[in-house]
Design a protein around this ligand. Structure first.
Ligand code: SF4
Length: 484
């Protein structure tokens, strides 16, 4: 049998046979900048791990036959005590170990993660399953597996002192390997079947990447999962109805769930004027603020921790009355160098010292508070800005429930309803992760400098759209207060 079940496929099939089958069929498209940046970061951390583990043999990983022969040869060489990217096959299962360390009786299996070491020393299920799959295939292929460890970025990792820490999770992984072995025959059958295993709506569908595009959620505009904070117990009680509009009145729901339920069933928005009345408290001129931020795994600057979130861009629309723009300000960090001081100066200057500052979610407040800590010379000014913030997201969540929001209140869900003329599709950057990825890829030289101007324009357009969306949203909310 050809080795056709990869780690991704196997782990998808753990939750659902059909998901495993889809994963085996799926042809991943080209990654966007966000995913490309994650791959780049993973490769950087892999190199760091190899450096830290010591001199070893880096094996080829494609094509599979070549990788297998190289692995077998290296394992047969008693002088080879450390192998990187060793490949194993057992039946239909194929796996690659980030590192194998020879011991007296066999081999330790090491999995390198791009995450920071868990604060409490307890690895996540996702990381444990990743490693357990590799150990399962290695063991099934005849390798005497010894200790199983996860390597994480150390929490004290700093620029010039980058390091990983190793966490021994052998006991837990051994238990999971036994469970994987028990389920492997069923998973192999499902993932290699010609026909899709019959799907059934279940709670794991909520987070399944195939739900809306291919599987049981396809074509359904009101799946049960649009209910906010839907628990598995409540889902099980309703799943026979498949879609929210089919659930009978009187279902046992929380208050916020009821609002979404009622909006979907009636097909009309629910408006709470008392919530919307908060808009009357705004102090003019009103500033609409949005940040984009990057969080490099390996610190770029002194004193930065791994994954420290650093705003690199802002957009500010200024209005002197609802919907009436009087200015737009923007900042985008230069490529190279430390821009954080410059951004803070520009932000404080542009926001002035009076007028409400509208944001959408708690993200900007968190960023401002973090900036106040890392740049204490601006702490007073940044805390004064924080005091002027007004978050529109809870006002929308509690004051305006539209069936087309599909139970979500992110600006990306709200915008098509309140300002269908605005669209992110023309900006070349579809979301915040891609914006951060594009900036990061330019910073580390992974984009042609000749394209830098057009990439920067894409970033400026994207961020500007976020604040323009808030201006439009404000106008739509204000119209609602006048409508009744
Ligand atoms: S949507 Fe549900 S049934 Fe379909 S593949 Fe995903 S988890 Fe399985």
């Amino acid at each position: 049998m050809n080795p056709t079940v990869t780690k991704r496929t196997f782990l998808a099939a753990l939750g659902c046979d059909t998901a495993g089958w889809y994963a085996a069929q799926a042809e991943p498209g080209p990654p966007g900048p966000g995913l490309e940046w994650r791959f780049h970061s993973g490769a950087e951390i892999g190199r760091l791990a190899r450096k830290q583990l010591g001199r070893g043999t880096l094996l080829p990983f494609a094509p599979t036959e070549t990788a297998l022969q190289a692995t077998a040869k290296a394992m047969g060489n008693a002088d080879a005590t450390l192998l990187f990217e060793a490949t194993f096959v057992a039946g239909p299962f194929v796996a690659r170990a980030d590192a194998l360390r020879r011991t007296d009786g066999g081999w330790d299996v090491i999995e390198v993660k791009s995450a920071m070491a868990p604060e409490d020393g307890v690895a996540s299920d996702e990381h444990l399953d990743d490693l357990a799959y590799t150990a399962f295939v290695a063991r099934a292929s005849g390798v005497a597996v010894g200790r199983c460890t996860l390597m994480f970025l150390g929490r004290d990792c700093r620029l010039g002192a980058e390091r990983l820490t190793e966490l021994d999770v052998t006991e837990t992984v051994v238990q999971r390997v036994a469970g994987f072995a028990d389920r492997s025959a069923r998973i192999a059958t499902a993932c290699t079947a010609l026909d899709r295993p019959a799907p059934a709506l279940q709670f794991v569908c909520k987070k399944c990447e195939f739900f809306a595009s291919d599987c049981v959620g396809k074509g359904i505009t009101d799946p049960l999962f649009i209910l906010p904070r839907l628990s598995e117990k409540r889902f099980e009680a309703m799943k026979e109805y498949q879609r929210l509009s089919a659930v009978p009145a009187g279902a046992n729901l929380t208050g916020p769930q009821h609002r979404v339920f009622n909006a979907v069933r009636s097909g009309a928005p629910l408006i709470d004027q008392a919530e919307l009345a908060q808009l009357n408290q705004l102090v003019w001129p009103v500033y609409y603020l949005d940040f984009e931020a990057v969080a490099p795994a390996l610190p770029w600057f002194d004193e930065c921790a791994p994954y420290e979130i650093m705003p690199f861009q802002f957009s500010i629309h200024v209005c002197d009355r609802v919907g009436h723009e009087i200015a737009h300000h923007e900042y985008l960090a230069p490529i190279g160098g430390d821009w954080r001081h410059e951004l803070a100066v520009a932000l404080i200057e542009r926001l002035g010292d009076r007028g409400s500052i509208v944001v959408y979610s708690g993200y900007e407040k968190q960023r401002l508070a973090a900036m106040a800590t890392s740049l204490p010379e601006f702490a007073a000014a940044l805390h004064a800005i924080i005091a002027r913030l007004v978050d529109f997201e809870p006002i929308v969540r509690n004051g305006y429930c539209h069936p087309a929001f599909l139970g979500r209140t992110s600006i990306k869900n709200v915008l098509p309803v309140v300002a269908p003329e605005l669209s992110y599709s023309g900006t070349g950057v579809g979301n915040g992760e891609d914006a951060a990825g594009l900036f990061a890829l330019m910073t580390v030289g992974r984009r042609d400098p000749a394209d830098q101007d057009s990439h920067r324009q894409q970033l400026l357009d994207y961020c500007k759209l976020d604040t323009l969306a808030m201006v439009k949203l404000h106008r739509a909310l204000e119209a609602l207060t006048r409508a009744s």
